[in-house]
Ligand binder design. Structure first.
Ligand code: MF3
Ligand code: CO
Ligand code: CO
Length: 268
């Protein structure tokens, strides 16, 4: 398999899927409060995707080689959970941070996006981790244009993050996306400038850095999915699906409730 290049019509389909995924997060936002369980958030998302959007939640029963089928419709990763957390019946508490990762399939096209939520009032450290990770994602996004290489994107994300004393998870990365959930290329969130694949118009991939407040090492829990930080430090992640255009980038996973880009994301 190789990198698929999307036509203008394909991009139209992905724009719709991307907006729908983002609208699921918009819908969930007022519900992310102390006391709600991640199961309840999963149920709200599932119903909205199936009944309102007439779309398919891509995670449900997703089973890449070596994995058991994923049992829920969204991923919810709380506090020291890095990614792929499975919704459960524990209520969220004041001060928790949670990533909700939504992927919908509409007319065969995938849209994949995630945001961080601070439950109630978070600590300064928790809020800083979330906003810094958001800026890290945007440092990568603004690099995207034809001729740039994937290593340039990874480098921008890594240097920004590590300069602030935070660490980038290495074992998981962004990915090409389209008719399949995970396509080539891998989009590493670290790297060296001028290396790896050169971007061309029509490529679509996600940028989804996972940033730890402590060390970068992770481990997988016994459920076969949930990834946590080894040192139990807090971890954050944001994700957008991005199209390479003739002159730069277009973020496909935007909706009315998307947070604005950080101020001057292109500043070095
Ligand atoms: N949405 C995740 C990503 O960004 C993948 C989740 S796989 C699942 O790539 F099966 F856990 F949903
Ligand atoms: Co993704
Ligand atoms: Co995702």
């Amino acid at each position: 398999m190789s990198i698929t290049i999307k036509t203008a019509a394909d991009a139209d389909g992905m724009r719709i899927a991307g907006r729908l995924a983002s609208e699921v997060l918009d819908m969930l936002t007022p519900h992310v409060k102390p006391g709600i369980t991640t199961d309840e958030l999963d149920r709200l998302a599932h119903r909205h995707i199936v009944e309102v959007q007439d779309a398919i939640p891509a995670p449900l029963n997703y089973a890449p080689p070596g994995y058991t089928p994923y049992p829920k419709s969204v991923c919810t990763s709380v506090n020291h959970q890095v990614c792929h957390g499975i919704p459960n019946d524990r209520p969220l508490k004041n001060g928790d941070i949670v990533n909700i990762d939504v992927t919908v399939i509409k007319d065969g096209w995938h849209g994949d996006t995630s945001r961080m939520f601070v439950v109630g009032e978070g600590s300064i450290a928790a809020r800083r981790l979330c906003s810094l990770t958001y800026e890290a994602m945007w440092r990568g996004i603004v690099k995207v244009k034809p001729g740039v290489r994937l290593g340039d994107i990874g480098h921008a994300i890594q240097t920004f993050t590590e300069r602030q004393g935070f660490s980038i998870v290495r074992e998981f990365c962004g990915h090409g996306i389209g008719r399949k959930f995970h396509e080539e290329p891998q989009v590493l969130h670290y790297g060296r400038p001028g290396t790896l694949e050169e971007l061309v118009p029509g490529m679509v991939f996600t940028i989804e850095p996972m940033v730890n407040a402590g060390r970068r090492e992770i481990k997988e829990l016994g459920d076969g999915w949930t990834i946590v930080t080894k040192d139990r430090s807090l971890s954050a992640q944001w994700e957008h699906t991005v199209l390479v255009t003739d002159t730069g980038y277009e973020v496909l996973t935007l909706s009315a409730g998307s947070p604005p880009p950080p101020p001057e994301p292109s500043a070095a």
